[in-house]
Write a new protein. Structure first.
Length: 292
């Protein structure tokens, strides 16, 4: 008579062991996957900034070797939009409305009837892709560590996907309308940086204002790539910088963030110390005026 073999089921202990092993593997691998995903996003961001810096170089060649205007002068008077005042700088182009380059344009891409435009609007014809202006890691929720932070500014929010376009990069306004020959060391002078945010308005900075340019004090800005961000240079190359590596002071205190000197730069020193972000005295800064 044939014997019937009974299949033996897993015991509870065996199941718990398997579950524990899976949980351990997940705990090990998930952070690795997250890091790999962020690395891919950072590489895509480098590609974006590379295209933007090359667009700037093409603009310089087309416009008598002069850098693109920052776009803080002039502007349209948009009724019912923010405060409606025609001021590109104070409103970060959020009152800018027109039908150029597309119908019902609102925000940084718009060319105003008075010819006013953000730096990005003037460079966009060389890029021909609005997606290039957005870092894949940019978001509107994360904040940097450290104190002295201020709430993120909802005033530049992207609220209309038809009329507005997102942007995540800012322009170093010390370059605005300067002859190319003014830049002493193009490979050492930063011209573009990251806000880490998804905006509908432009962002421009001056070297004499390190609390913004170092992108660490304000919740408005966020360093999206592992405590740092990508920086585009005047010669066209792009490099990642940790926040602590962009100035002589640490990025965890207001005093540290506000400290000027190399490598950041200090043009008020005697003799002047041109650096990464501050390399010329910009008396045209509408926020502060002459810094020394």
């Amino acid at each position: 008579m044939a014997m019937i073999r009974r299949k033996q089921a897993f015991t509870l202990i065996e199941l718990l062991v398997v579950i524990a092993i899976i949980a351990i593997l997940a705990a090990i691998l998930f952070p690795v996957f997250a890091q790999a995903r962020e690395k891919a996003r950072a590489i895509s961001c480098v590609s974006n900034l590379k295209q933007i810096t090359l667009a700037l170089l093409m603009y310089v060649q087309d416009y008598d070797e002069t850098y693109v205007p920052a776009g803080w002068q002039g502007g349209t008077n948009a009724s019912g939009v923010v405060d409606g005042a025609p001021n590109m700088n104070n409103n970060n182009a959020m009152t800018q409305v027109s039908n150029v380059p597309y119908a019902n344009c609102w925000g940084w891409p718009c060319i105003g009837p008075d010819g006013s435009a953000s730096f990005a609007a003037r460079l966009e014809p060389y890029i021909k892709s609005y997606q290039v202006w957005v870092c894949p890691s940019a978001n509107n929720s994360s904040v940097n560590p450290g104190d002295g932070q201020y709430p993120s500014n909802p005033y530049e929010s992207l609220t209309n996907n038809v009329r507005q376009r997102p942007i995540s990069y800012w322009y170093q306004s010390d370059f605005s309308q300067q002859p190319e020959a003014t830049v002493d060391q193009p490979a050492s002078r930063a011209v573009f940086g990251e806000t880490g945010r998804i905006r509908a308005g432009m962002d421009i900075n001056w070297g004499q204002d390190p609390q913004y340019t170092r992108a660490t004090r304000w919740n408005d800005y966020y360093s999206p790539h592992g405590g740092g961000s990508n920086v585009g240079f005047a010669d066209g190359h792009v490099k990642w910088y940790n926040n602590n590596a962009t100035g002589p002071g640490g990025d965890q205190t207001v005093a540290g963030k506000s400290t000027v000197g190399l490598p950041y730069g200090n043009m008020c020193a005697n003799p002047p110390q041109p650096g990464l972000f501050w390399w010329r005295l910009a008396a045209d800064d509408p926020n502060t005026g002459p810094p020394c």
